[in-house]
Design a protein around this ligand. Structure first.
Ligand code: AMP
Ligand code: TRP
Length: 328
């Protein structure tokens, strides 16, 4: 029995890292057993800030599909598809834009922040499309009448707006859509190898589906307790990035490692070796599944094509209802 309908999406904006996996994808993999799920690679959203270099988007779409499938998202259980393959997203976006006051879009906090941030980097995104970013998200969600939307904290203001637009539509015409609820990921923010939030823009990431040698090399570069200079110094695991990772990937040994670190019973080099071995072991399935999929691009394309077909069936039915509610 399904607990409800889920929609979520991610922009195909380059290489995936372990933070993306633990912060989002890993929870999708768990949700797929309990909910009726639609997961979309939202390439039109990527265009709102990368309209100058659209050619990169198509290779990123393919890479993202490999990442999702190798994480264990099952194309039989879920509808996995590319947003632009289902044109109804654009039609619903247009119709919803008719009933959305400009001020609602302008006051979304992420809008002005991002405009400034990217403006400072010399990127011009003062466009109609970018202002409508959360409008397009709303169309994504409502097209499938999703009631549950797993997202990171940064997306909460967008979801608030989606709910307002939904209420407005249902009041103006007739109740067609459930009000979508955000489902916050419980995973804490994963630090990168320098201890700050793992992020591509800091260059501190551990790539997703990395080769075991690369994985070990990244672990060797992790920062430890800065007060612990010699192996004979006692350490404080609570300020050590390696220890944070032990808690995620080596639960059985965390108590041991913590107490040994505090009495200088284990050195950082050995502690990192233990961690690397555990990470290689627990991520081996992902690494191998991704290799196998890379060898079979036709299969990946077929999965996306089949996903788009299934998404279109639902999207077409919803649009019929929408047009009829609006007397179009
Ligand atoms: P981004 O590529 O930064 O837009 O992130 C895509 C998804 O991955 C979002 O749901 C984020 O919340 C999640 N994410 C990104 N970086 C991290 C991190 N360091 N720790 C946990 N989750 C993350
Ligand atoms: N804006 C989301 C992000 O950057 C991606 C997204 C697009 C999305 N459409 C969505 C998420 C609909 C949830 C529901 O993470």
């Amino acid at each position: 029995m399904s607990k409800g309908r889920i929609f979520s999406g991610m922009q195909p904006s380059g290489k995936f890292h372990l933070g993306n996996f633990l912060g989002a994808l890993d929870s999708w993999v768990r949700l797929q057993n309990d909910y009726d799920c639609f997961f979309s690679i939202v390439d039109w959203h990527a265009l709102t800030s990368s309209y100058e270099e659209p050619s990169k988007i198509s290779s990123n779409i393919y890479e993202m599909a490999l990442d999702w499938l190798s994480a264990g998202l099952d194309p039989e259980k879920n509808v996995i598809f590319v947003q632009s393959a289902v044109k109804e997203h654009a039609e619903l976006h247009l119709l919803l834009s008719m009933i959305t006051p400009l001020s609602w879009l302008e006051r979304v906090p992420t809008y002005k922040d991002k405009l400034q941030q990217l403006g400072a980097m010399g990127k011009e995104i003062n466009t109609y499309g970018f202002l409508g970013y959360p409008e397009l998200m709303t169309a994504d969600i409502l097209l499938y009448k999703a009631d549950t939307v797993p997202v990171g904290e940064d997306q909460i203001p967008h979801l608030e707006l989606s709910r307002e637009i939904t209420r407005r539509f249902n009041n103006l015409y007739r109740p067609v859509f459930p009000e979508p609820q955000a489902m916050l990921s419980e995973a804490a923010v994963l630090p990168g190898i320098d201890g700050r939030k793992m992020s591509k823009s800091y260059g501190n990431e551990i790539p997703y589906a990395a080769h075991p040698d690369e994985l070990s090399a990244r672990v060797r570069l992790m920062v430890t307790d800065p007060q612990r200079i010699r192996k004979t110094d006692v350490g404080n695991p609570d300020v050590c990035t390696v220890y944070t990772f032990h808690k995620l990937f080596n639960k059985e040994e965390t108590d041991d490692i913590s107490s040994n670190c505090r009495i200088a019973g284990i050195g950082c080099v050995d502690c990192k070796k233990k961690l690397a071995a555990k990470m290689v072991e627990s991520l081996a399935g992902i690494y191998e599944r991704r290799l196998a999929l890379e060898a079979n691009p036709a299969r990946v394309k077929e999965i996306l094509a089949r996903g788009a077909e299934r998404a279109r069936v639902v999207a077409t039915a919803t649009m019929e209802e929408v047009r009829s509610a609006m007397k179009l």
